[in-house]
Design a binder for this molecule. Structure first.
Ligand code: ADP
Ligand code: MG
Length: 446
């Protein structure tokens, strides 16, 4: 009786929500009872439950009503919906073959050979190398984090391809957290969750990129957590990346955070001038081969490394455009061409950060007044943040010391220099200070 009622409603719903939505969201449901105007619906997961409640509750109520049940309310509860005859498939919908390989394709350019190592990324690079070499699993997981375009995905791909070359028989599964979720939802929909679990639990190395994506996605987190634990228990290596440290990912369950912190957590710091120059030189060598005969004047790369500080992706794009443009117009790459061709990027990175932006952010961070920050007070609680702001102004803008001095209430350039040195020293010996500066830098770059 309940089954018949639900079958009729379900058929109506197929017409109303479309067959793809029906397969995804309606087919996994079961009607477990109707009482006093309330229909009770069982859903296999919280995720599906939330989704259906938000998107289809009214449609379901109407369909039940049309099928002859006087329903005014619907309650959802998460319980394995009873398995029944396989959901009827729309003939137009192809049946997906069982997937054996879920790994996302690797970018052939993202190798260790093509990765330029500098101070900001040397630790991450060393850890990635170690994992790629295999041997006993020493840290699990390896957690790489850092801002956009700093090389996380590059390193992940490098690890994956290195392992595949060294040990072709070992199964490496690399995918983004978004793909993980997509596969998982698909498995729920197609009732192949057991295959999904099996698939993930039989790999040697699991690599999940941009894990911050699953924050707030409950059932995906749940599944990820179990997969993670199962693999760690078996001594399999896990590599994770994210745009921030585990503890800073909002809406990520605490037990997952603490699991992620168990291994080695390393961050990719924002690039410094030397690293940017190194990357530009290495990419230039590659471009030279591609654009034979193009000449690049001395000073251009230095200029770019100085001016484009946002991230490596932008830097790369700038160089690429420069080469393409120069070869198109048949000119050598000099400062004039660079200024012309990259006007928009240069302007954007100019606009990016002013000394005032830095001062405002620092004042806010330390909870002091902007006027005090640039004023004359000498108490430590104000003088120290002031030096931090000086340091960041020197590091993150192209302004000279005298210029910075002027913006700090007309101070002398030697005062600025002293402030910069002081913070450098403190960062080296005081972990808290180093972290503060790092945090500020990150949020200014965002
Ligand atoms: P993320 O995943 O951290 O956002 P990516 O790994 O996608 O960043 O890097 C963005 C681009 O910058 C890629 O083309 C990558 O090859 C390049 N890149 C980043 N860091 C380096 C590096 N140290 N050496 C060479 N290329 C780099
Ligand atoms: Mg990435």
């Amino acid at each position: 009786m309940m089954q018949e009622l639900w079958d009729r409603a379900s058929d109506t719903l197929r017409g109303r929500v479309g067959s793809n939505n029906h397969t995804a969201w309606i087919a996994p449901l079961a009607l477990t009872g109707v009482e006093a105007g309330e229909a009770r619906i069982a859903t296999p997961t919280r995720f599906i439950s939330d989704w259906v409640q938000r998107h289809y509750a009214e449609a379901i109520r109407e369909a039940l009503h049309d099928a002859g049940a006087a329903v005014t309310r619907i309650s959802f509860n998460v319980a394995a919906a009873p398995r029944r005859a396989p959901a009827r498939r729309n003939a137009a919908e192809p049946v997906r073959p069982a997937e054996n390989d879920m790994s996302a394709p690797l970018d052939a350019r993202f190798t260790f050979d093509n990765f330029v190592v500098g101070k900001p990324n040397e630790l991450a690079h060393a850890a990635a190398r170690r994992v790629a070499e295999g041997g006993p699993v020493t840290f699990n997981p390896l957690f790489l984090y850092g801002g956009v375009g700093l090389g996380k995905t590059h390193l992940m791909h490098a690890i994956a391809s290195e392992i595949s070359t060294r040990r072709p028989e070992s199964r490496v599964l690399y995918l983004s957290a978004e793909q993980f979720m997509y596969r998982f939802v698909q498995a729920l929909r197609e009732r192949t969750v057991m295959d999904f679990k099996e698939m993930f639990r039989t790999v040697e190395v699991l690599m999940v990129d941009d894990v911050q994506f699953i924050a707030g996605k409950e059932s995906t987190q749940e599944e990820f957590f179990h997969t993670f634990n199962a693999l760690v228990d078996q001594g399999k290596q896990i590599v994770i990346s994210a745009d921030r440290a585990p503890g800073e990912i909002k809406d990520l369950e605490d037990r997952i955070k603490s699991r992620l912190q168990c291994g080695l957590v390393v961050d990719l710091h924002p690039t410094d001038y030397e690293l940017r120059l190194g990357i530009l030189q290495s990419k230039t060598d590659a471009f030279r081969a591609q654009y034979a005969g193009l000449c690049i004047e001395p000073g251009v790369l230095e200029f770019l490394a100085h001016r484009i500080t946002s991230n490596v992706r932008v830097l790369e794009g700038a160089l690429q455009r420069l080469f393409a443009f120069a070869s198109l117009v048949g000119r050598k790459i000099d400062m004039e061409l660079t200024q012309d061709c990259l006007a928009d990027i240069l302007r954007a990175s100019d606009r990016k950060l002013s000394i005032e932006d830095i001062q405002r952010k620092v004042a806010e961070h330390y909870n002091i007044k902007l006027a005090d920050l640039v004023g004359q007070k000498r108490v430590r609680t104000i003088a120290r943040p002031r030096q931090v702001a000086m340091y960041l102004a020197k590091q993150m803008t192209t302004r000279s010391l005298p210029e910075i001095g002027r913006r700090f209430g007309g101070r002398d350039h030697t005062t600025i220099m002293h402030g910069v040195r002081k913070i450098e020293e403190l960062c080296a010996e005081d972990h808290g200070m180093a972290e503060d500066v790092q945090l500020l830098r990150r949020s200014l770059e965002a």
